[in-house]
Design a binder for this molecule. Structure first.
Ligand code: GRF
Length: 200
C-alpha cells in the first residue's frame, strides 16, 4: 500500500476528499502524514480529528531549503511514497523536488497552462474565459507547470462570481484529485516529456 504525505496550508477540503476516497475504497493508499506550515490551518485540525499523524512545521525565519529539509525529514520518517500538495501555499525548493522526483502531485483550480498562480478562478473570470476547470499535475521546478495527469472542465456561467465559480471548480477538484492519485499509486502513469501516458 502506497503511503501518502499531504502538504496543506489552509482549509483542507482536497485533503478530506482524498481521505474520504480512501475510506470509501476508491483509492488504495494510506495517509501517512499531514503537514501544514501554518498552525491554525483547519486542514490540520481535521487531520487530527481523524486520528491521522498531523504535524505543523512552520517556516519561521529560515531559508526555504532549511524549512524544506525539516519537511523532507518528516516525510521520510513517515515512509512517504507520494507527496500530495493540497492547497500548500509555498514554493518547494529544488532539493525537495529532487528528493521526491516525479513523486509530488499538485492540484490547481484552472485548466493549465491558463491562469497559473494565485486567484486562478478570478483570473479566469477577468479574462472572460467560457470554460474553467482544474488540473492535477506532477510538480516540477516551475510553478503550476509539470506534466498533466488529468483535468476536469466546466462552463463559466453568466453571473458567476469568483466565489460561485470557485465553488463549482472545487467540486470537480474533489473528484479529480483522488482519481489522479489512484492512477499514480496503481502505477498507471508514465511520464514522456510533458505528456503523462495513462495505461488502461
Ligand atoms: C484549491 O482550490 C486547490 O486547487 C488550490 O488551493 C485550494 C485548496 O483548497 N491549490 P483546500 O484547502 O483543499 O480546500
Amino acid at each position: 500500500m502506497q503511503r501518502l504525505g499531504i502538504l496543506l496550508s489552509g482549509r483542507g477540503s482536497n485533503f478530506l476528499a482524498i481521505a474520504d476516497a480512501i475510506s470509501a475504497g476508491r483509492l488504495r493508499a494510506e495517509i501517512a502524514i499531514v503537514i501544514s506550515n501554518l498552525a491554525g490551518s483547519p486542514g490540520i485540525a481535521a487531520a487530527r480529528d481523524r486520528g491521522l499523524n498531523a504535524q505543523v512545521i512552520p517556516a519561521r525565519a529560515r531559508s526555504r531549503e532549511e524549512h524544506d529539509a525539516e519537511i523532507i525529514a518528516a516525510l521520510q520518517s513517515a515512509k512517504v511514497d507520494l507527496v500530495c500538495l493540497a492547497g500548500y501555499l509555498r514554493l518547494l525548493s529544488p532539493s525537495f523536488i529532487r528528493a521526491y522526483s516525479q513523486r509530488i502531485l499538485n492540484i490547481h483550480p484552472s485548466l493549465l497552462p491558463a491562469f497559473p498562480g494565485l486567484h486562478a478562478q478570478k483570473q479566469a473570470l477577468e479574462y472572460g474565459a467560457k470554460i474553467a476547470g482544474c488540473t492535477v499535475h506532477f510538480v516540477d521546478e516551475k510553478l503550476d507547470h509539470g506534466p498533466i495527469i488529468l483535468q476536469r472542465a466546466l462552463p463559466v456561467l453568466p453571473g458567476d462570481t469568483e466565489e460561485s465559480l470557485a465553488a463549482r471548480i472545487l467540486e470537480q477538484e474533489h473528484i479529480a484529485y483522488p482519481e489522479a492519485i489512484a492512477l499514480v499509486v496503481e502505477g498507471r502513469t508514465r511520464i514522456e516529456g510533458r505528456t503523462v501516458r495513462i495505461t488502461p
